[in-house]
Design a protein around this ligand. Structure first.
Ligand code: NAP
Length: 249
């Protein structure tokens, strides 16, 4: 039976690469993002290559959006047994300048979003005794200047991952986190601009700090997600895999 995956924040960056890779692996894939139009190109590429994909517009921090999206996936593609909680935002600021909205919106998308999505999807996974939940953490979980909100969310993602792994393991569901270092996406290009640097200079400086001498590509993360989603990875659970071109930080 063809497995069905959901990837959130799949319109671009890491989410788009993960969705494409899971489709290459033979899964049907639902691409969820705030605006379903943003996922249209990704869906077209997958369908043109002979796969099956569906675009859904939903805000993962809203319980009603999440419930509607997961119901649609189950009806139109089949019960989801792979979930990649990837949707994310940054609202960087030093603590004394960080607003309550900066804090709430970042925690809301990353943590509340992963919670709502996982709670909605686990019903299908536990019933079918098969599931893979993959959460996007970050090296920022270890601390990063200007990211009190984001690092708290990404560290929280690690505790969330380990707890779900304990709760869901006996139902055949594994739960793991990927913690990327700097990956070249719109998110990090935006950071470069905010710091007043060219994107090229920002990436070059980051590459110099990395053992392998380059910054990451979305496909680097998709490769690890593909492994964690595979049926053969059923004895890997509760892990945080740093994918940062070297030791964690
Ligand atoms: P990105 O290029 O900014 O893409 C994130 C996507 O998530 C966007 O399409 C965005 O939609 C969507 N999104 C935001 N809020 C959402 C919500 N409430 N509901 C549904 N979708 C939402 O980011 P990325 O760099 O690919 O990062 C993907 C994930 O990896 C994030 O969790 C990020 O924290 C994590 N990560 C990234 C890096 C890195 O270096 N890039 C490193 C470590 C971890 P809009 O475009 O409409 O806003």
């Amino acid at each position: 039976m063809t497995r069905t995956a959901i990837v959130t924040g799949a319109a671009r960056g890491i989410g788009a690469a993960v969705a494409a890779r899971l489709a290459d692996d033979g899964l049907d894939v639902a691409l969820i993002d705030l605006d379903s139009d943003g996922c249209a190109a990704g869906v077209r590429r997958i369908n043109d290559a002979g796969g099956r994909a569906l675009a859904i517009g939903a805000d993962v921090s809203r319980a009603d959006d999440v419930a509607g999206a997961v119901t649609r996936v189950a009806e139109e593609l089949g019960p989801p047994t792979v979930l990649v909680n990837n949707a994310g935002i940054i609202r960087d600021n030093l603590l004394f300048k960080m607003s309550e909205d900066d804090w709430d919106s970042v925690l809301g998308v990353h943590l509340r979003g992963a919670f709502l999505m996982s709670r909605a999807v686990q019903e299908h996974m536990t019933r079918l005794r098969s599931g893979r939940i993959i959460n996007l953490s970050s090296t920022s979980a270890l601390g990063n200047r200007g990211q009190a909100n984001y690092s708290a969310a990404k560290a929280g993602m690690q505790g969330f991952t380990k707890t779900l792994a304990i709760e869901l393991g006996k139902f055949g569901v594994t739960v793991n986190a990927i913690a990327p270092g700097l990956i070249a996406t719109d998110m990090t290009a935006g950071t470069a601009r905010r710091l007043g640097m060219s994107v090229e200079d920002f990436y070059a400086a980051a590459a110099e700090q990395t053992a392998v001498g380059r910054v990451g590509r979305p496909e680097d993360i998709a490769h690890v997600a593909s492994f964690l989603a595979s049926e053969g990875a059923s004895f890997v659970s509760g892990q945080v895999i740093y994918v940062s071109g070297g030791p964690a930080d």
